[in-house]
Design a protein around this ligand. Structure first.
Ligand code: ADE
Length: 225
């Protein structure tokens, strides 16, 4: 999978994909992430990319021309499955969105700043708008990093144990069960006996019950869905 991110702050996106699982995904050639500085595409003086909003009001708006040129430059190189705009008024990002994005080949992600981007870009280029939660970040970069990380770890071959993403919280509409590692007795706090019984079926049943219990207690709404 290839992801191209259009941003005014490419530096902010250097670290998130350079460590751990995302690094491994890139090293294995399973995920390519490229950042593009929007200022490289502006025809305006002093690398201007934003301007006052028509009709008045506080806050700058990202101009359409640099964004259109950046998107078209990429689209001339290859076909993209989605042009995603990160915005607090987009559809809420959920595991099922990540699952479906992980099956795409090429994605463009646009990071907004200030008051957002000129609405004509949303109308004519953007195919999907994503919010990572009901709060406002100072820009779309951290939100884009969340989406790339969530989608990237789902690509086949990225996780060591291919099955492990299947048991993540939310993957089957439930929260994950509790997990334990050595020692089995830590300061007198013992792990549940069943995990030492050696019977995989019993352990699976226990994990399922625990998932159900956690979901009922913490996120009952998930079970209604
Ligand atoms: N940009 C600013 N806030 C955001 C949010 N909550 N989700 C996605 N992009 C954003």
């Amino acid at each position: 999978m290839r992801i191209d991110i259009i941003t005014v702050l490419p530096e902010l996106l250097e670290s998130p994909f350079s460590h751990s699982i995302m690094k491994r995904a890139k090293d294995k050639g399973l995920l390519e992430v490229y950042t593009h500085n929007l200022r490289d595409y502006t025809p305006y003086k002093q690398a201007q990319v934003d301007d006052y909003q028509f009709g008045g009001g506080a806050g700058m708006v990202m101009m359409p021309e640099p964004l259109a040129l950046a998107i078209e430059h990429l689209q001339n190189e290859r076909k993209y499955d989605e042009v995603i705009y990160m915005t607090p008024d987009g559809q809420l990002f959920e595991q099922k969105t990540a699952n479906s994005l992980s099956m795409k080949e090429n994605l463009i992600i646009i990071c907004g700043h200030y008051k957002g981007i000129d609405d004509r870009i949303r109308e004519h280029f953007v195919t999907m708008e994503i919010s990572i939660g009901d709060y406002v970040l100072s820009g779309g970069e951290l939100a884009a990093a969340v989406v790339v990380d969530t989608v990237g770890r789902l690509l086949p071959g990225v996780l060591n144990d291919e099955t492990s993403a299947l048991f993540d919280s939310f993957q089957d509409g439930m929260l994950a069960p509790p997990v334990y590692t050595r020692p089995a007795d830590f300061r007198g706090w013992k792990i549940p006996d069943i995990l030492l019984c050696g019977d995989p079926k019993k352990i699976d049943d226990w994990r399922y019950e625990q998932s159900l219990k956690r979901t009922e207690q913490r996120r009952p709404g998930l079970l209604d869905e």
